[in-house]
Ligand binder design. Structure first.
Ligand code: FE2
Length: 376
């Protein structure tokens, strides 16, 4: 019997020492930002809103800022081989370098977290242009991933000082993505609890849900996961570690190809998953599929839902229900050649959970892909 626990944060008596207003942006280090940006614009429908590079006085890198709803990605590439960005790409392939969190006070956020044991990556730094000023600070998280605190009080520009605004993107084909629902990190063997402690002690997060390997093991592939959330619940970070199974865990495959811990997937929210997924498929995004039997059993498992089941099956969308409502979700295949970062598209209809009822079908789908790659 499954034993996941929904542990919604009980109100605490202590004040939230790290108040977060949400995710500001996610910065990827990639091998070719111009071409990656084209993929996210044409396939995910994001708009290019700002750019920084040699033309704007940034000599060592080029950065493309993409946005849809409140989802904001920054794709950054190195212009020369001797750089932290090139080394990141050489080791990890294209991947997430920074999960940037929106705060009122980036100096205070840095002080509160570093005084609780965080490793500083960048002390508070203010940059400004004619549109105002932005202060950032950064701390280390799992692997080479960092958290950047972004204070953009009164900043009126497109993104950051010294970025050029792009007023209109003729390539973007929006698909209805609204915001980031959660960002999942994969960490090494027996390291999940160390990172759970980091998010609790250093960042003041609470345990939101946890799953053990009875919930999420299949014949071959096993993992354990705990979901950490900040005080207002705007920021949710599930942390996965591999567990022993008969064959190689999907988390182990990730760790092998990413070269260590890192961001596994980001869940992007929509309020019309049928339209969003149909558009993304049409625009070339590849999704995982589950067998027909999943849908023949669905009605009995889920009860009545608004969406016609044959429409869900046509697109491969999964459904799960808990006592608060239901949620619909689907997962892309990895979006780069290494089997590393992928996306989840999610629509919540009352449920605040993460689709435990789909783990088996989903992981079997992932294993079929691992098998094709020769990595099972
Ligand atoms: Fe997820």
């Amino acid at each position: 019997m499954a034993t996941s626990t929904l542990a919604h944060n009980a109100p605490t008596t202590t004040e939230d020492f790290l108040p977060l207003k949400g995710t500001d942006h996610v910065e990827f280090y990639v091998g070719n930002a111009r071409q990656s940006a084209y993929f996210y614009r044409a396939a995910f429908g994001m708009s290019l809103v700002a750019y920084a590079g040699p033309e704007t006085g940034q000599r060592d890198r080029a950065s493309y800022v993409l946005q849809q709803g409140k989802v904001r990605f920054v794709l950054t590439t190195a212009l020369r081989s001797d750089s932290e960005i090139s080394r990141h790409v050489e080791k990890h392939g294209d991947g997430v370098h920074a999960i940037a969190l929106w705060v009122d006070d980036a100096t205070q956020a840095w002080k509160e977290t570093t005084s609780r044991g965080a490793t500083s990556v960048q002390p508070p730094t203010e940059v400004s242009d004619t549109h105002g000023r932005v202060t950032t600070s950064s701390i280390a998280a799992y692997g080479d991933t960092i958290h950047t605190f972004v204070e953009r009080t009164d900043y009126k520009g497109a993104f950051f000082p010294n970025y050029k605004a792009i007023p209109h993107d003729p390539i973007a084909r929006p698909v209805g993505l609204l915001h980031i629902d959660h960002i999942v990190g994969n960490v090494g063997w027996n390291s999940m609890n160390q990172w759970v402690d980091f998010y609790r002690d250093v960042m003041g997060f609470g345990l939101y849900q946890h799953f053990d390997d009875n919930d999420i093991s299949t014949e071959y592939s096993a993992l354990m996961s705990k979901v950490m959330a900040n005080g207002n619940g705007y920021v949710k970070f599930p942390i996965n570690e591999p567990a022993e199974g008969r064959r190689k865990s999907q988390i182990e495959e990730y760790l092998d190809f990413y070269g260590g811990p890192g961001v596994q997937h980001m869940a992007l929210a929509t309020n019309d998953i049928l339209a969003t997924v149909a558009a993304m498929k049409h625009q070339g995004v590849d999704f995982l599929t589950v067998p027909h039997s999943y849908y023949t059993e669905l009605q009995d498992r889920i009860g009545k839902i608004d969406e016609p089941i044959h429409e869900l099956e046509k697109l491969g969308i999964l459904v799960d229900r808990d006592n608060e409502g239901y949620m619909l979700q689907i997962f892309t295949k990895p979006v780069e050649d290494r089997p590393t970062v992928f996306y989840e598209i999610i629509q919540r209809k009352g449920s605040r959970s993460f689709g435990k009822g789909n783990f088996k079908a989903l992981f079997e789908a992932i294993e079929r892909e691992q098998e094709l790659r020769g990595n099972l």
